[in-house]
Design a protein around this ligand. Structure first.
Ligand code: PLP
Length: 399
């Protein structure tokens, strides 16, 4: 079981100096948005008050397995200490994660999920003169924050194989501030090869930072970009415990980067960490079976669903992640709205792929409910779709 460790060597967060610097930093009023915000927004205002977990929710790339058994036990065991801030736990978690990543502890910062460092990186490295470059479609939270920073957004279409078109991305703007690569990508679940990421880092405009969002990496065979952090490149890697570790509601995530890059994020805030999130993350990191077991389990459910889609002649983008996109050959929100009537909630659509819907891989029983409802919606005569038009939102979301 993880425990409170007093060994603070190499850990810099929460120093008096950094605390004071945070307190005096310019305040940028902007909400930190998560997948849950986007999923709820796509439901439409009318659906929000009725929201409950009594249904099949395949709309926010959550992990229905929840925290692992060891993480659950760690959470239960620490509840009596819930009246404490427990800074030793904060430092021991950073130390454990840094050791596993093979980087010094000062290269790691822990947050309540990876949304805060994604948001802060966008604010720190983009501006009206430093643009934000990303794939299209991709996860939209970084673009939102960069827009708030007044940055121009260069959303570069994905390549034919749905990997990031890295060559086009690095050419998009010589004044790029942040180049965002989501690997595997949300929403397509597709990966970008290590060679392509190496190329981006080697050839990016001088002064640009490459942000590699590895929220879903454990679910795939993609190779991490952490080696670039180790050798001091202008690279930030993000990790979260919301996906394979099943802790989206418990909260824990990391930024891994050179200390001078991490310091720039500090200006925008530092999460007060819930001790439940910290202890559950430690327990998860100590469980060496967790990642391979869950990766296999989720892949089995995903591949079974793909076999069913193929057998029924539905076209989809093969994914290595816990989400995938299906071409429904009509505005995606129409199918989404029809399925919601069965209490089966699938994900949103993106303007770049307006006839596609994103579906999260749920439990096998949930995917059975998905199949029944999806087929019913797809077999529905066109007249039933009257009034089920989607709305185009900013950032290319279509829901
Ligand atoms: N990055 C990507 C690509 C995501 O899809 C998500 C959430 O779905 C996040 C980051 C942020 O997740 P969290 O704040 O829960 O760690």
């Amino acid at each position: 079981m993880p425990s409170f460790s007093q060994d603070l060597s190499g850990c810099q967060p929460f120093s008096r100096r950094s605390f004071l610097r945070s307190a005096s930093a310019a305040v940028v009023a902007a909400p930190i948005l998560t997948e849950a915000h986007f999923a709820r927004a796509a439901m439409g205002a009318a659906a929000v008050p009725e929201f409950s977990m009594n249904g099949v929710y395949l709309d926010a790339n959550e992990n229905p397995l929840g925290p692992s058994d060891s993480a659950r036990k760690a959470i239960a065991d620490i509840i009596p200490n819930g009246g404490r801030y427990a800074p030793p736990l904060y430092f021991s978690l950073i130390k454990m994660f840094a050791e596993q990543m093979g980087v010094p502890a000062e290269y790691v910062m822990v947050y309540d999920g990876s949304s805060p460092p994604l948001h802060y990186s966008s604010l720190a490295f983009t501006s009206p003169t430093k643009s934000f470059v990303c794939g299209n479609p991709t996860y939209e939270a970084g673009q939102r924050a960069a827009t708030i920073a007044g940055a121009k957004i260069h959303a570069v279409p994905l390549a034919k194989d749905h990997s990031h078109d890295v060559a086009a991305m690095i050419k998009a703007d010589p004044n790029a501030g942040l180049i965002y690569i989501c690997n595997p990508n949300n929403p397509t679940g597709t990966t970008t090869s290590k060679e392509q990421i190496d190329y981006a880092i080697a050839n990016k405009p001088a002064g640009a930072v490459v942000l590699v969002d590895e929220a879903y990496i454990h679910l795939s065979d993609a190779t991490s970009a952490i080696d670039h952090v180790k050798v001091g490149k202008d690279v930030i890697v993000l990790r979260t415990f919301s996906k394979i570790y099943g802790m989206a509601g418990i909260r824990c995530g990391f930024a891994i980067a050179r200390p001078d890059l991490l310091k720039k994020l500090e200006n925008y805030g530092q999460s007060p960490m819930p001790i439940t999130g910290m202890i559950a993350a430690q327990a998860s990191l100590m469980d060496s079976d967790l990642v391979p077991t869950r990766k296999k389990l989720i892949a089995e459910t995903r591949n079974k669903t793909f076999a069913w889609l193929k057998a029924n002649d539905y076209s989809f983008i093969p994914s290595e992640s816990n989400c995938f996109m299906i071409d429904v050959k009509r505005p995606g929100p129409q199918i989404r709205a029809l399925m919601a009537k069965d209490n089966v909630h699938i994900g949103r659509s993106w303007a770049a792929l307006p006839t596609y819907v994103r579906v999260t891989v749920g439990l096998p029983s949930e995917m059975e409910a998905f199949q029944t409802s999806f087929k019913k919606a797809m077999d529905t005569p066109a007249t039933a779709f009257n009034g089920l038009q989607g709305r185009m939102h900013r950032d290319g979301i279509y829901s």
